[in-house]
Each structure stands twice: as C-alpha cells, then as structure tokens.
Design a protein around this ligand. Structure first.
Ligand SMILES: [Zn+2]
Ligand SMILES: [Zn+2]
Length: 351
C-alpha cells in the first residue's frame, strides 16, 4: 500500500441482519481494501445514510455479501488507482472521464453492469440482470476507505461541501429517476408521498422545472420543510391533496399508500414507486384506482446517465440539502433515527 494509507480502517459490518433493536451492525477494524483492476481506492469524506441501508441491515433485502459494509452515497478523495481493467470494453466508457488520485468523486449504488445484455445495449442498464450494487454486493462507505470501479465513479459539482453532496448520490439520483418515471407534463401537479432525504431533493428539481407541488407526509417537521422549499400544500400521508394530481411519487415504503395515491391521480396520471422495498400493496379497485388510464410504475435503481443528469442539474441549480451529520461511530444511531422518522432530510456519516 502507498505512503499515507494505513493498513487498517474502522468500518461497520452487517453482522447478522435483523431488527435494529437486536444490534445487527458492528463497528470493526478491517484491512483497507486494495483497489482491483479498473478500481479506485477512495478515502471516505462523507457517506449518506439511505433507507436501503436500513433494508440491508434489517434483512428486508436478501444477503448478497455476508458481513457487508453498507453505504452507497459516498463522497471521497481518490487516494490510489488499481491496475488497468483486465478487459477494457470500448462500449463502456468511463462515467465521467478519467478520474485519478486527488479527485473528489462520488460512489453510488450501481457499481457494475454487464454492458452486453439487451437491457445494457438499449440504455436500460438499471435492469441488467448481472448488475451489482455498492453496500450490498460489495463493501460500501460506512468506513474510512472504500473502492469503486472507475467506470462507475462520478465527478462531483463544485459549490457544495462533502456532507451536502452525499445525499445527492442515491436520494437525489433515485428521486430524479422517479420524477422522470411520472412523465409529469410541463407545469403539472405533482404529489410526493413521504418527505425525507430523497423527496426533499426531488421536490426542488420538480419546482425548478415548473411543477406545482403537493406533499403528503407524516410529521410536522417534514411538512414544514416541504412548505419552506416551496410546496403549495403539505398534509398527512393519507389525506387527499387539494386537487387531482398529474403525477405522484411514493417515497414512503408503505404499500397501503398505493391505493391512496392512485385515487388522488387525475385521469391519465402516473404513480411511480421510488423504493427498492415496499410492504404489500392492498387490493386496488379498478374503477377508482386504475380506470381512466391511470398508471402504476416502479423505479428500479438508475442508469449512470440518470446520475450524471442529476449532478449536472445540481451544478446548474443550487439544491438546498437538509443534511444531518453523524460521526461514523454513530451509524447505528443514524439508522435508528431514520427508522423513527426523527428528522426530515438526510443523515450523513462523517469519519
Ligand atoms: Zn447487462
Ligand atoms: Zn440508496
């Protein structure tokens, strides 16, 4: 290992997935990872805490890598570069040009796609059956160091500090894709169900694009944040919005809200479900929930193009990131606070 890079680091591992109350996470000392072929070694400067980390930790998602280090919203500095990729593939250009030692980079959820399947070749690499994910298939950013394939690292916009950038890397990108999936017409009426790390960023993108925004969420703090950012109304999650919606995004992982949101749509409206995990959806009533060409769509991960587009949007429009920093050794508390809805906005770990 090069000069200045220690042999070991502090990292959280998912020891035994289960309810947070059973303390599934453990803070341990691990060897600093060696960057493999085509990979970058990144010193973590900040790592966002995403609801997906909670799903990995609590076992809502199956184990892909035993004792995985969670975390997939990493802002870091490249400190070493692995040997060149074994089989460089000209069809898979680097995400953001060549990144090297000293660059500030973003490490996000998607970290590998095959590049040759029908989905990859038609611009839907988010559906690649051989895709792999940071903090699930490979160790992520709840640590002092992590690695990322160079082709999947993002160059980051100036004008934001590390803590503010971290939530953009999943909360921001997934929300951006979810908003796209609503096919909201220009000046359309958008409903956001749930208002946390992802929704508060999506709200700002939608408002900048001219949407009228209605937020349906629990909690006075989240409703206040929504109004402060420019929402026209903020009500309880099960309340009806003031009028019909052209599009809606469901951020809360609550299947019970699907029929509620479908009923709130105008004719031809689209509901996009942003989460990777959702509790069961109750029966829909065709007449009120689907007829008149209403549509229910899921959102599966994102493409690198989504990521670049969101980061370019953030460079052009200053996003107000409601970040709540926690020391790295408080990751379990950050997840508990996320689960309890203790804050609006996004928690960010700082080593
Ligand atoms: Zn593929
Ligand atoms: Zn995430």
């Amino acid at each position: 290992m090069s000069v200045g890079i220690p042999e070991t680091m502090r990292a959280w591992v998912v020891e035994r997935p289960g309810p947070l109350e059973a303390r599934p996470l453990r803070l341990v000392e691990l060897p600093v990872p060696e960057p493999g072929h085509g990979e970058l070694l990144v010193r973590v400067l900040a790592c966002g805490v995403c609801r997906t980390d909670l799903h990995v930790t609590e076992g809502d998602l199956p184990v892909h890598r035993p004792r995985v280090v969670p975390g997939h919203e990493v802002v870091g500095e490249v400190v070493a570069v692995g040997p060149p990729a074994a089989h460089p593939d000209p069809r898979r250009p680097a995400a953001d040009g060549k990144l090297g030692v000293g660059d500030r980079v973003g490490v996000a959820w998607l970290r590998h796609t095959c590049g040759v399947c029908a989905y990859c070749l038609c611009g839907a690499e988010n559906l690649c059956p051989r895709s792999r994910y940071t903090g699930w298939d490979a160790d992520g950013g709840y640590a002092e160091y992590t690695t990322v394939p160079g082709d999947f690292a993002y160059r980051l916009p100036d004008g934001y500090d590390d803590v503010d950038l971290a939530p953009l890397l999943c909360a921001g990108i997934i929300g951006y894709r979810a908003l796209r999936r609503t096919s909201l017409p220009d000046g359309g009426r958008l409903g956001l169900y749930g208002f946390g790390g992802s929704a508060h960023l999506t709200a700002q993108v939608a408002l900048a694009q001219g949407a009228t925004l209605h937020v349906l969420t629990r909690g006075a703090a989240a409703q206040e944040l929504a109004l402060r950012l420019g929402a026209s109304s903020a009500r309880g999650a099960y309340d009806a919005p003031p009028g019909p919606l052209d599009g809606a995004v469901l951020f809360a992982p609550v299947g019970d809200l699907v029929p509620v949101a479908m009923r709130a749509l105008d004719r031809g409206g689209v509901l996009a479900v942003a989460g990777i995990h959702l509790s069961d959806v109750p029966a829909l009533v065709y007449e009120t929930d689907l007829f008149y060409e209403k549509e229910l769509r899921s959102v599966t991960s994102n493409t690198r193009e989504d990521g670049r587009d969101l980061l370019a949007f953030a460079a052009a429009h200053r996003l107000d990131v409601d970040a709540h920093p926690y020391r790295l050794d408080r990751a379990d508390q950050a997840l508990a606070d996320l689960k309890a809805g203790a804050f609006a906005g996004a928690a960010v770990l700082v080593p």
